[in-house]
Design a protein. Structure first.
Ligand code: GMT
Length: 387
C-alpha cells in the first residue's frame, strides 16, 4: 500500500504526505468539505486515509490513493452507550501506526479533536494534529457548560487550528479564549467543475411541469436552519408568481416544514426529495436558493448554489455574508424577516436581466474566491509548516 522509495521525516521524498482525515460521515457541510478536501489532496499525489464510523456520504466511487478505515463501534451488554470517542481514538492511533501518517486532520471539534488528542498521547512519535472548526462545534454544542472545558482543551492541544470563516474565528477567540494568532481562517471551497451551471430542461420539467420558477433549499433540517421560514418565504413568493419549492435533505424539522406548507396552503407546490448525495445534479435546475438559518458559520450549500449560477436569498447571519455578497450574488435580509426575504426573492425571479447579473456574479465569485485550486494549497501549506 505504501509508496516505495526513501521517506523523509514528515513526508515522502517527493513532497507528498500521508494524511488521516476524520469527519462525520452524515449529511452535512463538515463531512462534505472534509471529503472533497481528501479527494482533492489525493488528486495532488498525497495518500489520504479517511477514518470514520461509516463511509462519508460524498465519498462515492474509487479514488486512487484514498483509503477508508471504519471505526468499529463495539456493543457490550454492560455499556448502555457506545464509546465513540474511545473507538475513534483507537482507530486514529492504529491508522497512524500502520500507515505512518504525517498529519491527522479532524473536522468538527467534538469529539474528534479529543479522540485525536488521546491517540497522540498514545504515540511516542505522534503526527501533528489539525482541527478544523466548522460551526456548531463552537457556536452551540461546544458552548454547553458540560462540554466547554474539554472542547477548549482539545482545540488548544491541536498543533494547527483552522476556522471556515472570519465569523467563526471571532466567536472561537471570544468564547473559548483561543489566542487569535493560533487560529487561521481557511474558507470552505467548491469543485467548480462539478458544481456549474447546466441546462437540463427535462429535469426542470420534473420539478416544474408548468414552467414555474424553481426555488430550492438543501440542508439537514435542524432547528438552526429555521425550515419553517423557508416555507414562509416561499409562500410569499408563490403569492406573486407561479413557482415550486424543492426541499433537499432530511432531519428533525422535516415534519414541521410539511405542516407549515399545509398551513400556508402551498403543500401542492412543495416537494420533499429527501437526502441526495449528488446535489450538483439538482442545484443547476434551481432559479433561487433559500438559506434562512439563524446562524451559519459559512453556508456551504449557498456556495454550491452560486457556483451553479443560482442566486441566494438568505439571512444576514454568521459567516454567510462572507460567502454571499449582498447585492451581487444574492440578497441578505435580517434574521426572521420572511416578508423582506420573499420580496427579495420575487424581485430576483421577476427580472430576467437582474437574475442574469446575479447568476453570473455568483458563478464568478465562486470560481475566483472559492475554487478548490485556490483554497486547497492553503491546507497543504499549513500541513507543511507542521510536519
Ligand atoms: O456545525 C454544524 O452545524 C455542522 C456542520 C455540518 O456538518 O453541517 O455545519 C457547519 O459546517 C459547514 C461546513 O463548514 C458550514 O457550511 C455550515 O455553515 C456550518 N453550520 C452552522 O454553522 C450551523
Amino acid at each position: 500500500m505504501r509508496p516505495c522509495g526513501p521517506r523523509l521525516a514528515g513526508g515522502n521524498s517527493d513532497g507528498t504526505m500521508r494524511i488521516g482525515i476524520t469527519c462525520y460521515p452524515t449529511y452535512g457541510g463538515s463531512g462534505a468539505v472534509a471529503t472533497e478536501l481528501g479527494i482533492g489532496l489525493a488528486a495532488r499525489g498525497h495518500e489520504v486515509h479517511f477514518i470514520s464510523y461509516a463511509q462519508p456520504f460524498r465519498l462515492a466511487g474509487f479514488h486512487e490513493r484514498v483509503y477508508f478505515h471504519e471505526v468499529e463501534l463495539e456493543r457490550y451488554p454492560l455499556f448502555e452507550t457506545s464509546h465513540y470517542t474511545l473507538a475513534l481514538a483507537a482507530t486514529i492511533h492504529d491508522t497512524a501506526v500502520r500507515q505512518g501518517l504525517d498529519i491527522v486532520h479532524v473536522h468538527y471539534a467534538i469529539p474528534h479533536a479529543t479522540s485525536a488528542w488521546i491517540a497522540r498521547e498514545m504515540l511516542d512519535s505522534a503526527p501533528p494534529l489539525v482541527t478544523t472548526l466548522h460551526g456548531t462545534d463552537v457556536t452551540l454544542v461546544g458552548l454547553h457548560p458540560s462540554f466547554r472545558a474539554i472542547t477548549r482543551f482539545s482545540i488548544m492541544r491541536s498543533q494547527g487550528i483552522t476556522a471556515v470563516s472570519r465569523f467563526l474565528k471571532e466567536v472561537t477567540v471570544r468564547d473559548f479564549e483561543v489566542p487569535e494568532e493560533r487560529l487561521c481562517v481557511i474558507p470552505n471551497f467548491v469543485d467548480t467543475e462539478l458544481f456549474r451551471p447546466r441546462e437540463n430542461a427535462a429535469r426542470r420539467r420534473v420539478f416544474a411541469p408548468g414552467g414555474e420558477k424553481i426555488v430550492m433549499h438543501v440542508s439537514n433540517f435542524r432547528p438552526v436552519k429555521r425550515i419553517r421560514d423557508v416555507i414562509d418565504v416561499f409562500a410569499g413568493i408563490r403569492r406573486e408568481m407561479p413557482c415550486r419549492l424543492v426541499m433537499v435533505g432530511d432531519g428533525p424539522d422535516r415534519p414541521r416544514a410539511a405542516q407549515r406548507a399545509m398551513e400556508r396552503g402551498v403543500e401542492r407546490d412543495v416537494v420533499f426529495l429527501g437526502k441526495h448525495a449528488s446535489v450538483e445534479e439538482l442545484l443547476p435546475c434551481a432559479d433561487l436558493f433559500l438559506m434562512t438559518s439563524e446562524s451559519e458559520s459559512f453556508g456551504l450549500a449557498a456556495l454550491e448554489a452560486i457556483a451553479c449560477g443560482v442566486p441566494v436569498v438568505g439571512y444576514r447571519a454568521g459567516g454567510l455574508p462572507e460567502v454571499i455578497t449582498h447585492g451581487e450574488s444574492g440578497l441578505l435580509v435580517p434574521v426572521g424577516d420572511v416578508e423582506e426575504a420573499a420580496t427579495a426573492g420575487t424581485c430576483l425571479l421577476g427580472s430576467a436581466e437582474l437574475w442574469r447579473r446575479f447568476s453570473e456574479a455568483g458563478r464568478r465569485d465562486a470560481v475566483e474566491r472559492f475554487a478548490v485550486a485556490r483554497v486547497l494549497p492553503d491546507y497543504e501549506a499549513l500541513y507543511r509548516t507542521l510536519v
